[in-house]
Every structure is written in C-alpha cells, then in structure tokens.
Design a protein around this ligand. Sequence first.
Ligand code: BDP
Length: 583
Amino acid sequence: MLKPRPTPTRELVSLDGLWRFALEGGPGPLDTALEAAVPASYNDLFTDPAVRDHVGWVWYQRQVRVPRGWAGERIVLRLDAATHHGRVYVGDVLVAEHTGGYTPFEADITEHVRAGQEFRLTVAVGNELTGVTIPPGTITVSADGRRRQTYLHDFYNYAGLARSVWLCSRPPVHIQDITLVTGLDGTVRYTVETSEPTPVRVRVLDAAGTQVAVGEGATGTVRIEDVTLWRPGAPYLYELVAEIDGDSYPQPFGVRTVEVRGTEFLINGEPFYFTGFGRHEDTPVRGKGHDDAYLVHDFQLMDWTGANSFRTSHYPYAEEVMDFADRHGIVVIDETAAVGLNLAVASGLFGAPPRPTFSPETYGEATRDAHAQAIRELVARDKNHPSVVMWCLANEPASNEEGAREYFEPLVELTRELDPTRPVTYSAVMFATHDNDRIADLFDVVCVNRYYGWYIATGDLATAEAYLERDLRGWAERFGKPVMMSEYGADTQPGLHSVWDTPWTEEYQQAYLEMHHRVFDRIEAFVGEHVWNFADFQTAHGIHRVDGNKKGVFTRDRRPKAAAHALRTRWKGLAGRKPANPR
Ligand code: BDP
C-alpha cells in the first residue's frame, strides 16, 4: 500500500490536531466537552479513570473541508492506524471498517463528499482484544458489571488514533501499488499496479535527482550503472518514479540484498552482526502516539549507543519510523502484532490451569486468519523499505506446544509467497527450548528471548551464564542456523547502587549484560544482540511492575542508565562486526 505523498498529481491534507472525543456516541454530532489530540493514544490524556480503563468503542469527530480544487479527483481518507478496530463515517454513512491496530487503511469517499464543501468525519475506535484478534486478549465482566480487558503481554493496551489521519486526492486513473526488488549489480525488478490497464513508464532518480535508468511497462527490470548500495550505517536512497497518463508516484528505495547462508546473516553479501534493541512506541502522555521529536531523539540515542538495528517489538511501528530508518541506515526486524500466543505464560504468572494454546477453543483457525491478515498488511506496507531485513511473525508464541507447527507452517509459507526476498523469524519464549521447539526449522534465523539472571537464577550470574551458554549452544547445534538474542534484560531503578550483584541496581543491569556478551562472543553461529529494552515503558496494572517495565537502558524520559554507557563501549567497538575469534 502506497504511503500518501504530495506529487504533481496528488494532494494531501493532514487531519491531525484536536478532535471532539467521547466514550458514548455515534456518527451523529457528538455531545461532548472533551477534545483529544491526534495522533495520540487517548488513555493518558484525561484525568477520568473511566477513559483510561474504558473497554469498547470511543468516538472521535471533526469537520473536514474538501479543498475546492479537488472536483473530478478521487477523494480518499487514509488512517495510518486505528488501534485496534476502526469504523469511519462520513456524515452518517459507514465508509470503512478495519481490524488490526498498527497498519493503515483507506476509504474512497468520492461519492459522499463535494469539493469545496465540509463534512462531518467520525471515527469510532475499539480497543477490545479477544481470542480472534492479533494480539489476543480476554474480556471479563466483574461482579459490579464493569467490563475488563486482560491480555498476554505486559505493555499497556494503549488505544485510539495514535498515528496521522489524511485526506488525499488521487487522479481517477491512478497508480495503486509499486513493488521493487533489487540486486547488487544495480538491477531493479519493478511491478506497478494501476487502477485500470494503462501504459506505465518508470524513471529511476539518484539522490541528486539525476535520472539513472528508465523502463516501460507495468513490470520489468531496469539497471542502474555504477550503483551505490544502501548499507547499514551508510544509507543511499534512489527513487523510482512510476508514471501513467495523469498520475505519477515517487517510490523511495535502496539497492541492497539480504540472505541467510549457513550460520551467517548477510547484507549485500557481507556478514552483519545486529547490535541494538527491542523497543516500544511509548512516551508519557501520548502513549503510543507517533511523535517526530521522540523519533529523532530515539534514533540519536540509538546511534550514540552504537546500535545498528532494532526490532519493532511487538507490532508494526509508524511509517515515519520506517522511512527514518531507511534514510539513516538503521536495520529493522519488522514484527507483526502477534504477541501473547502463549497460554502457558499466563498460567505461570497467575496460576491458572494450563490450557493448550493452539486449539479450536483457544487459538485456532480464526486467530490464524487474523494473523495471516496482519502479515499481509505488514508486508504490503513495508515491502519496499531497504531497512527492513527480516520479518518476525510472532513474539514468544507457544512454539513448544502441540499444534504450533500446524498453526505456523501456513503463515511462514504465506510470508514467503508475499516476499521471497527476506528471511523470516519469530522470537522464542523461555519455555521453548532447542529440545522441545516444534517450528524453528521452518524459519531462517533462530531468535531467542531469555532472562537468565533475571526471572531465572535471579541475582546469580554464574549459574545464569552456564544456563545461557548451554541453551544457545543447543539451538545452534540442533538447527545449524544463525542464532541471535532478540531479548535479554534486567529491570533497573536508576539511582539504585550496590557493590554486590543486586537485582534492580544499575551495576546489576550492567553486569547482567556483560555476562551475556561473554557468552555471545563464544558462540560461532551468533549473529546479534538486541537488549530488552531501549527505554522503560508503561505496562498494565499489576504487582509485577512498578509504574511500568524498567528494563530500559534509558528511562522513559530517555536518560541513560549506567548500562547505556557500557553498551556504547561494546557496540561502538564492534561496529556491526562479530567479535573476532569466537571460542
Ligand atoms: C518477554 C516479552 C516482553 C516483556 C519481557 C519482560 O517478550 O514483551 O516485556 O518479557 O518481562 O517475555 O520484561
């Protein structure tokens, strides 16, 4: 799906700003004194707990004027996301419905509006997570009749219009989609989809705007002479301008390849070693609302630590983030919102009787259909980003349980069909070991989340080190694939210090990470380290967290803990290369 961009044939109006907001409503004029900022999650904007804890639909509304010059154009509403369900009304008419909280959707509203005139735009946003949503959750009704939402992930279920909303014009016959696949010799295979059959031309422009290749036809291959590659840390972007009579669209892209060979992860044929973080879209007041200031600052801090990559844990991030990664040469593992397909985690925490994760009564075909749709929408949105080097289909699914293979095999196949060029992975949960995991052979890279020295062998780094090494070696030996650590981390209260290995202190977080690095450097098949987490983040209520998850290397307001300095020393030294001479 093409990102809205202003071009000579397309115009854009941002609908960001203050919208009327209410918990109760409909497409008719909202009776409310509340206003909500867009983009922002609504949860932390208001003091009333009824808003924060609301389960169900909320209502956003504003007036929109269609620019007077748009007569004869297609007029399209584009929501970059509505978390988790969106229903869009123009006046009283339902024009779009969408489920999946982190991918965009559109509505062609040409028949319902007139150039130069105003209309009432209402967006209902639902936050419910159930057995058939991605991510999953459960709704219960308490004794006093209140509906409550629980879920199988720790981050807070922020909801609302956390990304931008646009009104776009498009010519009646227009370019609908572009898919690009590049080769190291400068070849660019392209496919351009149009709203009706019409002759297509393409021109490739380099970063200075000079034309470096041309092609004809809706699909084809062009070649850039003396191509400049997109490299981690040294990005270079071209633009493929697709043209038809009456429309044109410039698609940025980078020329690079990705490949898994043996136990190596290759970018442009060269071994790449991931250093970086699992992150969250999470800031005070805005919740998951996209914010360009945090975007810039977070990338500055990642660069400062020597991070060359991150994983979009645990959902697709805003498109602005992906574009920024392209432009700044940061490598991305792009994850779906499938976090919490694991009922054993809940039984572990709450003592509930274990139920099988994959079954018709728990997560069955309907869940998998939603998961498949999430994959389709992720690949459709992000396929042309050079920064994206791997798809991560799920975080910590019950890959050790019966039914996991039946559940995942079709999803891996689907992903490979949609994108034959990128490796595919998932992040394995602690209970899924090299002995009992049922799906790792279907994937290209083994990514494991482990908390030795934190949830297990708490405060005992010597035991933790032995457990970790045995565990990682087991995966490397059984699967013969690249292995990376997609999560390891320790909650840390800034300002807490100790001369002993005391959990929650800044020294402990540092010692915990250093222990991991010693082990990583001994394992030949090891290709990367993503610390959990870049920054502290908000979590659901509960006694397991004190005002959020504190495994951040930075605090929620982005101040470094001691570990940030230690990581910086290591990662700046590695510079994207695996430590020499693994033992
Ligand atoms: C892992 C999850 C991650 C949590 C982390 C933790 O993948 O989302 O935040 O544990 O407990 O299981 O800190």
